[in-house]
Design a protein around this ligand. Structure first.
Ligand SMILES: [Cu+2]
Length: 453
């Protein structure tokens, strides 16, 4: 049994605005032999327990605010009632539930609640989408309690980035050459397996992040077909959380094929590409801004019928990155504020400055361009030449005649191609003419050599 005098003086120290009535009540409780203990903040344990059941579904906790009399022990029974998504609960007091699959449940013993406690789902992006929970200690003096805070964790890898530096020794440029077209026979389909992986790699000079990828690269592989081709994609999730996929190149009810699939599971996504263009594919799991920013995007090129042959075809997918801490994943707060650290062609800033794309004088070069975002478009321009054929979102903006084009403007998820020839040997930069983006990595070179004899 705690001594009444010590208890009262501790209470007075801890609670600057403690009123006499509270002290008297405490003294009476002690006199009555009521068992209690004092905790550091000056809030006494009441010996009572508050039990609460909380359900998780649709990026929300069923009880986003839990009121608990200060001094009560709080025990939360947590249930994941989501259909597809993994969730959890972590508290800034240190308590956590561990990840719960759909249908799973866990008990979180919060302990004696002395002051307000902030909670959230730690599955990447869920907190930023509003999956938070506040435990409010009622009757606790504001002076004794901690306040609900949302500490940023882990630092910012962008502080270590040097866009002028060479890439690290492991740098391997993404192959920008359009993969060859495979003509399908009647009844055939393009079959491929896309494995979702999460792994750490260098994403800019000086910066390593844990990227989430389709097929091991970001962007994922370029798929190439003709109007009418069927694709049968087996998506296998080897990641640590739910992911999915959305192919713009097909037209299909999203309900089943675009569903999030849990780690270790797979699905088959079959679509027929009935219309030409360069189409985006991307992860379909919320928050998509984060999943795309972490590398889950790619392109499907469906050639328009009668597309003329050219000497070279390249694919450039513009994306932006929002770094978290070194070795971490993208920062959802930067994504929300639309403050990218880099804007890239094919996943790495300035990568074709380091590994220029070759061409020869007089060759006809076609560049398929897709703006993958997640949130920024592009104004694709090549310094020193002009486009004489431009295809934008399914039709020709320019095809012969005396007109020319200087930039292809694409909003996020739009695409097209441009064609050009190079008049002389030299180094022709290609950029997003939104210059702030060119300066943060949306920049590369065509290295043009003399025509082959
Ligand atoms: Cu994903």
């Amino acid at each position: 049994m705690t001594d009444v005098g010590t208890a009262a003086s501790t209470l007075l120290r801890g609670r600057r605005r403690a009123d006499l009535a509270a002290v008297l009540a405490l003294a009476l409780a002690v006199a009555a032999g009521f068992a209690f203990t004092l905790v550091d903040s000056g809030v006494q344990s009441t010996g009572r327990t508050t039990h609460v059941t909380v359900s998780m579904s649709g990026m929300r906790y069923s009880q986003p605010t839990i009121q608990v009399p200060a001094g009560n022990r709080l025990v939360i029974t947590l249930r994941n009632d989501d259909k597809f998504m993994v969730h959890d609960l972590v508290l800034d007091s240190g308590a956590k539930s561990g990840r719960l699959s759909p249908g799973g449940s866990a008990t979180v013993d919060v302990g004696v609640v002395e002051h307000d406690i902030a909670g959230w789902c730690s599955v990447p992006g869920h907190r930023q989408m509003g999956m938070t929970l506040d435990i409010v200690a009622t009757g606790a003096d504001a002076q004794t309690g901690g306040h609900v805070h949302r500490a940023a964790a882990g630092g910012d890898a962008a502080d270590d980035m040097d866009l002028m530096a060479d890439p690290g020794p492991g740098f391997k440029p993404y192959d920008a050459v359009l993969p060859p077209l495979r003509h399908l026979a009647e009844g055939q389909a393009h079959h491929l397996t896309l494995t979702i992986e999460e792994h750490e790699k260098e994403v800019a000079p000086g910066v390593r992040q844990k990227v989430w990828t389709f097929g091991g690269t970001d962007p994922g592989p370029v798929l190439h077909g003709e109007v009418g081709d069927t694709f049968e994609v087996t998506l296998v999730n080897h990641g640590g959380q739910a992911h999915g996929i959305d192919f713009h190149a097909g037209s299909i009810a999203p309900d089943s094929v675009m569903r999030p699939i849990p780690p270790g599971k797979s699905l088959v996504y079959r679509f027929t590409a009935n219309r030409a263009g360069i189409w985006m594919y991307h992860c379909s799991t919320m928050p998509m801004s984060l999943h795309v920013a972490n590398g889950m995007f790619g392109a499907v090129v469906i050639e328009p019928p009668g597309l003329p042959r050219v000497d070279r075809s390249y694919v450039l997918v513009q994306n932006e990155q929002y770094f978290g801490p070194q070795g971490g994943s993208a920062d959802p707060d930067k994504i929300k504020l639309e403050q990218p650290d880099t804007v890239d062609f094919n996943g790495y800033p300035n990568q074709y400055d380091h590994a220029p794309l070759p061409a020869k004088v007089g060759e006809r070069v076609r560049v398929w361009v897709l703006a993958a975002g997640p949130s920024r478009g592009t104004s694709f321009h090549v310094v020193g030449t002009q486009f004489d054929r431009v295809y934008f979102e399914g039709s020709y903006l320019l095809d012969g005649g005396s007109g020319g084009s200087q930039a292809l403007a694409l909003a996020p998820a739009q695409g097209g191609f441009v064609e050009m020839t190079f008049p002389q040997p030299g180094h022709y930069p290609f950029v997003s003419h939104a210059f702030v983006d060119a300066e943060r990595g949306a920049h590369g070179f065509f290295e043009v050599s003399k025509e082959a004899p």
